[in-house]
Design a protein around this ligand. Structure first.
Ligand SMILES: Cc1ncc(COP(=O)(O)O)c(C=O)c1O
Length: 408
């Protein structure tokens, strides 16, 4: 038996998705021209699947700060902070994250994935109970595998199910740690954080919220759903990433708990990997500054979200429940989703194809992510092309969808 034969089914699945020679999971842009446009096969493509929510990847202040740090400190740190030491830039970014969230301390990680992996797997130890939302991101699932706690999944966005599971644990020793996300990455729906916080309070649990997709977008200061829902004081740990609204790479966890910094010597995904390069840190600090001082970024991304969402809903598409920076169109099956994705690329639009098992409820999705850098003209063009392709492939029927009815 070949070492790789266990992947035969996956390989066959991908081969069946390759239409017109295109592999949806191996798109290779020749050049990215701006946060909203790239060259692919010599053609100009509208980018609608990049998570570049505030369009900061090519922001002049961020690029300038990064260039300066690159010249001053070089291309990388070549090691972890416990072995090679902390640069002043690491400490400064941690201070800035702490100040931004109004929390005592913050720890930065080399990716957002590692922030979840590290925080969750380290906090949830033997005899503890880890309660994660069923639609959690892969990094949260992987953290659960790494943790020695007993892991329980509660029904997506269902505080009653969470409470029910916690009640069943009554009388047993050990910490209860709940993990949710602010905006969920596939359907763009938000967590019922007030209700979840109430369950946490009643049951004496700890609460971790991953704001990967809500940082810089929700809340008057851009701190995410915890801020927008008014529950920051109930949330023990906020996790986030620098790779979306902040346009770089890296992740963080922040907390008010005085013992939090012990993680620096017990959290393996922090300890045993190279730390972020100063050039990345400098761009993240500049991006935090841009996000905090230029409120038009969040205003624009939200208005673009509403424009795309309502345009698609009115066309009759079946969408995720809320107009957030992730707008997902539910497709009837994976073949249609793949065809839809490929036809959009023919028409010059790049979105994400999201298929089971990476999706909730085994849905096949066309997932768009919206940026403040998109123009209204670009959004309108996307709506009209998606609508035309929807009719062409029979995704749009004669009757308006539930989402469109709800909007009327
Ligand atoms: C909810 C959530 N958490 C964490 C991550 C990981 O972040 P990163 O890609 O920056 O490692 C992602 C990435 O998509 C995500 O969607």
């Amino acid at each position: 038996m070949s070492l790789f034969s266990k992947f035969d089914e996956i390989r066959a699945g991908i081969e069946s998705l390759v239409k017109n020679g295109r592999n949806p999971f191996d798109v290779r842009f020749e050049r990215v021209l701006s946060p909203t446009e790239a060259l692919l096969g010599g053609r100009l493509i509208l980018l609608l699947g990049t998570n570049n929510y505030l369009g900061l990847t090519l922001d002049a202040a961020c690029v300038e700060a990064s260039m300066r740090a690159l010249h001053e400190a070089g291309t990388g740190t070549t090691g972890s902070r416990i072995a090679n030491g902390t640069y002043a830039d690491h400490a400064l970014l941690e201070r800035r994250i702490g100040e931004f969230y109004g929390r005592r301390s913050a720890i930065i990680f080399t990716t957002g994935y590692q922030a979840n992996l590290g925080l969750i797997s380290t906090l949830a130890g033997r005899d503890d109970y880890l309660l994660i939302d069923a639609d959690s991101h892969a990094s949260i699932y992987d953290a659960s595998k790494l943790s020695t706690a007993e892991v329980m999944r509660f029904r997506h966005n269902d505080p009653d199910d969470l409470a029910h599971r916690l009640r069943r644990l009554q009388g047993r020793p050990g910490n209860r740690i709940i993990v949710t996300e602010g905006i969920y990455s596939m359907l763009g729906d938000t967590a019922p954080l007030r209700e979840i916080a109430a369950v946490k309070r009643e049951m004496g649990a700890w609460l971790i919220v991953d704001e990967a997709h809500s940082l810089g977008i929700l809340g008057s200061k851009g701190r995410g759903l915890c801020e927008a829902a008014g529950v920051e004081h109930e949330v023990d740990f906020v996790v986030g990433t620098f790779s979306k609204s902040l346009g770089a790479i890296g992740g963080f966890a922040t907390s008010d708990l005085p013992e939090f910094d012990i993680l620096r010597v017990v959290c393996r995904p922090y300890m045993f990997t190279a730390s972020l390069p100063p050039a990345v840190i400098a761009s993240v600090i500049a991006a935090l500054g841009r996000l905090s001082t230029d409120k038009s970024l969040a205003t624009r991304v939200l208005s673009n979200c509403r424009r795309l969402y309502s345009g698609l809903a009115q066309a009759g598409f079946d969408l995720g429940p809320e107009p957030n920076p992730i707008v997902a169109i539910k497709m009837p099956d994976r073949e249609t989703a793949t065809q839809f994705w490929s036809r959009l690329l023919d028409e010059g639009i790049y979105v994400n194809l999201a298929l089971p098992p990476a999706t909730p409820a085994s849905l096949s999705l066309i997932r768009s992510s919206i940026s403040s850098a998109h123009t209204e003209v670009q959004i309108d063009r996307a709506v009209s092309i998606m609508t035309a392709v929807g009719h062409e492939l029979g995704v749009l029927g004669a009757r308006p969808s539930k989402t469109a009815m709800a909007l009327r």
